[in-house]
Design a protein around this ligand. Structure first.
Ligand SMILES: Nc1ncnc2c1ncn2[C@@H]1O[C@H](COP(=O)(O)OP(=O)(O)OP(=O)(O)O)[C@@H](O)[C@H]1O
Ligand SMILES: Cc1cn([C@H]2C[C@H](O)[C@@H](COP(=O)(O)O)O2)c(=O)[nH]c1=O
Length: 259
């Protein structure tokens, strides 16, 4: 048996949980001083009826919108509630491709706009197989930036939007994109702004326009100017709903195959 995680429930969420198929899951109930939990266990990978999986949850937003802070908070919340969860980020600067990207972002090297776009995409492709294995084995991934950053930042340089999307096709589509919405001027006031290549106000304004053009049904737009704790609470709720749907067998699909 694989323990997928525990769900904090209220009277409302319990209704949803009660629809979980008992053929596929074992549910067990426990109570702590403040909260009640349902532990959901999934059959082994040999069990062909088992479709429960982890969720792919992506945080997106302008530079300094609060993504990394919120990823860390979400990770520790899910871990402390017993979920199998990992935090990822793109670019993943630990790989050989990631190091080329990092040197470009730090203005230590120069690259053609299309070449760096394809490197960012390749950096996601080199993690795709691992991502699929993790999700199918029940691990939820909280990912700091993904293909939406790839397209929004390159399109803001003037590259064609469809051209930018093409190399992303076939990557796994996120189950939920949490977009932290913040006016570029406000982001520029936050600490650490200006250290890397793209942290320039006029450029970030264009990036914001392309982000809005990419918004689809997987997106939830959250006001990134709210207090950190308020943002945190909103993200928790959206994340828990998403995790439940994936545990209920929501299929994995690929990004942008249809448009
Ligand atoms: N809701 C908030 N209100 C005020 N300050 C915030 C809020 N969220 C984050 N910050 C602060 O803004 C700064 C940037 O936050 P963070 O590093 O999480 O953003 P980011 O989106 O990951 O940035 P980048 O994309 O540039 O890596 C940090 O100093 C952080 O403490
Ligand atoms: C994934 C990705 C990112 N970018 C840009 C966005 C940011 O300006 C940097 C990454 O900075 P972080 O502090 O490590 O988040 O790179 C991009 O242009 N294309 C991409 O695919």
């Amino acid at each position: 048996m694989t323990i997928l995680g525990r769900i904090t429930f209220s009277a409302v969420s319990l209704k949803r949980v009660s629809r979980v198929s008992f053929a596929r899951y074992q549910l067990s109930f426990s109570q702590s001083t403040k909260r009640s939990y349902i532990s959901i266990k999934m059959g082994s990978t040999d069990d062909k009826t088992s479709m429960a999986r982890g969720s792919l949850i992506v945080l997106e937003g302008l530079d300094r919108s609060g993504k990394s802070s919120q990823c860390a908070k979400l990770l520790s919340y899910l871990q402390s509630n017993g979920f199998s969860v990992e935090a990822w980020r793109f670019p993943d600067r630990t790989t050989a491709i990631g190091q080329m990207i990092s040197s470009y972002l730090l203005n230590e090297s120069q690259l053609d706009d299309r070449a760096i776009h394809l490197l960012f995409s390749a950096n996601r492709w080199e993690k795709r197989a691992l991502m699929e294995r993790k999700l199918k084995s029940g691990t939820t991934l909280i990912v700091d930036r993904y293909s939406y950053s790839g397209v929004a930042f390159s399109a803001a340089k003037g590259l064609d939007l469809q051209w930018c999307k093409a190399p992303e096709e076939g990557l796994i589509a996120p189950d939920l994109v949490l977009y932290l919405d913040i006016p570029p001027e406000k982001a520029a006031e936050r600490g650490g702004y200006g250290n890397e290549r793209y942290e320039k106000l006029e450029f970030q304004k264009k990036v914001a326009e392309y982000y809005y053009a990419l918004c689809d049904s997987s997106w939830e737009v959250v006001d990134g100017c709210l207090k950190m704790e308020v943002v945190e609470e909103k993200l928790r709720e959206l994340t828990m709903n998403c995790i439940l749907k994936c545990q209920n067998g929501k299929p994995l699909v690929n990004l942008w195959s249809g448009n």
